[in-house]
Design a protein around this ligand. Sequence first.
Ligand SMILES: Nc1nc2c(ncn2[C@@H]2O[C@H](COP(=O)(O)OP(=O)(O)OP(=O)(O)O)[C@@H](O)[C@H]2O)c(=O)[nH]1
Ligand SMILES: [Mg+2]
Length: 244
Amino acid sequence: MTQAPKPGIPVAAKPHSAANLTDQATVASGWLHTARFLTTAPQLQFLPALDVPEIAFVGRSNAGKSTCINTLTQQKQLAFASKKPGRTQHINLFALGKQGITDAVLADLPGYGYAAVPKQDKIRWQQVMANYLVTRENLTAIVLMCDPRHGLTELDEVLLEVVRPRIEEGLKFLVVLTKADKLTRAEQTKALSIMKLNAGGGEVCLFSATKRQGIDEVSTLLWQWAHPTVAIETPAESAPTAIN
Ligand SMILES: Nc1nc2c(ncn2[C@@H]2O[C@H](COP(=O)(O)OP(=O)(O)OP(=O)(O)O)[C@@H](O)[C@H]2O)c(=O)[nH]1
Ligand SMILES: [Mg+2]
């Protein structure tokens, strides 16, 4: 029988959930820290065929994809981040996994929507990306980076249309609201709830590389997606505490 909560004392719905989340984030963060450069390619046909889960970071140019990868992996210059939009021009793959054994891959994709890019290059890139998103066989999840000050752009919507059939088939999907440090608390809450309505069942979270916000949440999700059959052992589960 469960005890009724004492008046005035807040009771957590799941007493151990916060601790478990911290443990999971620690495991996820250690795993992400193993990231190393794997390869770079101008388009899909030059990428190696892989049989481990691949998680792609996509979004508008300058949204913060490369910075997010560097933040999650705790490495300063793994992915090239820059103030100048259009810095990432290839599909860059980073391998993850302990003891040098690759068990997943992160893909940093070039951003789209940068006005100064010549039209031909824009069209070419959109085709490369659509081709990648539709046909990359080991693609397991997509992380769409979106600056909440701009919301979903027309090209974000096009991307969502392209991947919708795969999402319906089980492809995982997360919208990361980047640069949350540029918003007030109230604006963050509002941006989060609006995006939850628009994300079509995908996950949504706030993120800031500068304020180190949302890192545990995103890391844990990526770890879970890459290891769907593995449960993280928490100290409480692996080493039962003595009952006095
Ligand atoms: N304030 C703030 N700035 C950020 C954050 N994340 C990235 N930036 C800045 O945004 C700019 C673009 O970051 P990138 O990571 O290069 O963006 P990208 O999406 O990889 O850009 P492309 O490669 O051009 O598609 C850089 O000047 C970053 O320092 C953040 O969380 N907060
Ligand atoms: Mg980049």
